[in-house]
Design a protein around this ligand. Structure first.
Ligand code: DOR
Ligand code: ZN
Length: 345
């Protein structure tokens, strides 16, 4: 069994960095190991326009630790009033690599998202023309659809009609949590899908059995074990449609540990060690680099990263249980097993 792995410096194709004191506190956790990350636009107010993305990009660069080797890849938040010309300008600037669609009400800060899909059709058509991918939060939001079924229902009622209407649009189904989602993407030739670290590790029992564990609550919510196993099989399959998007989403502990706790798992700190452990358990360490470092870049048409990181197997690692930020403490995701793969940069 190998005890040392050299990988291209990885890319996180779905990351929440927030702003202000939270951004400053958590950005080093990602910049330490990752070459690039696709930055989600669900700030308050959201990052809707090319100008807003440019300004957010500058704030991220300003918050980077000295000497960091990290490039933020920006996204725009799709609203029903998004201007197709502005999207094209953002794409042409080279800073914006995708547009994110949140169905209104689906998750954190999604109230400005899309209610009427017909209203955004001109933007989607323009994106298809210029080759700009759409990142989808793939859940319906109707109160009458069970929260554990929301992804599967989305595939049939939203994604499929959208793909039929605009077949050239390149789509990433984000943070897939179901077997149906995996199978949908496997059958599509112009799609990608991100898988998070935490959905490869937890199922819904981790959240609810033996007490409610708010730090395992995220959206889409983790499903049954059969679904986790389907995600894991996709991650280690070597299929280039599947790549890492951690969806690392910091919330302060008081916002998580509350009568109405926020959705999000914070995995930036220990993701690479967790994934190495998980891929090793699956006998698939040779598939790790594709998943973390090459498939996502290929989908987004980015050059493969030239820098490398080394993972070395050793004694169990002690990652901090929590990151202290100027906004408050943020608990680091606990995979529930020891981590042995140390990341050397
Ligand atoms: O768990 C989640 N947290 N899912 C999302 O879609 C959004 C994210 C956040 O921004 O906190
Ligand atoms: Zn997210």
């Amino acid at each position: 069994m190998p005890t040392r792995l050299i990988l291209r410096r990885p890319d996180d194709m779905h990351l929440h960095l927030r702003d202000g004191a939270m951004l400053a506190g958590i950005l080093p956790e990602t910049a330490r190991h990752f070459a690039r990350a696709l930055i989600m636009p669900n700030l308050v107010p959201p990052v809707v326009t090319a100008a807003q993305a440019q300004s957010y990009h500058a704030r991220i660069l300003a918050a980077l630790p000295d000497g960091a080797d990290f490039t933020p890849l920006m996204t725009l938040y799709l609203t029903e009033t998004t201007d197709p010309d502005d999207v094209a300008t953002a794409h042409a600037s080279g800073l914006v690599h995708a547009v994110k669609l949140y169905p209104a009400g689906a998750t954190t800060n999604s109230q400005s998202g899309v209610r009427d899909f017909a209203a955004v059709r001109p933007v989607l058509e323009r994106m298809a023309e210029i080759g700009l991918p759409l990142c989808l939060h793939g859940e319906v939001t109707h109160a009458d659809v069970d929260i554990f079924d929301r992804e599967a229902v989305f595939l049939e009622t939203v994604l499929d009609p959208m793909r039929r209407a605009i077949p050239e649009l390149r789509i990433v189904l984000e943070h897939v949590t179901t077997k149906q989602g995996v199978e949908y993407v496997q059958a599509a030739d112009n799609m990608g899908a991100t898988l998070t670290t935490h959905h490869l590790v937890i199922n819904r029992n981790h959240i609810l059995a033996g007490g409610i564990r708010p730090h395992y609550y995220c959206l889409p919510v983790a499903k049954r074990e059969t679904h986790r196993l389907a995600l894991l099989a996709a991650a280690v399959s070597g299929d280039p449609r599947f790549f890492l998007g951690t969806d690392s989403a910091p919330h302060t502990d008081d916002a998580k540990e509350s009568a109405c706790g926020c959705a999000g798992c914070f995995t930036a700190t220990n993701t690479m060690s967790i994934l190495a452990e998980v891929f090793e358990q699956q006998g698939a360490l040779d598939k790790l680099e594709g998943f973390t470092s090459t498939h996502g870049a290929a989908f987004y048409g980015l050059r493969q990263s030239r820098a490398q990181i080394t993972l070395r197997k050793g004694d169990p690692i002690r990652y901090p249980a929590c990151i202290e930020t100027g906004a408050g403490p943020v608990t680091v995701f606990d995979p529930g097993f020891d981590l042995h793969w140390h990341v050397e940069t």
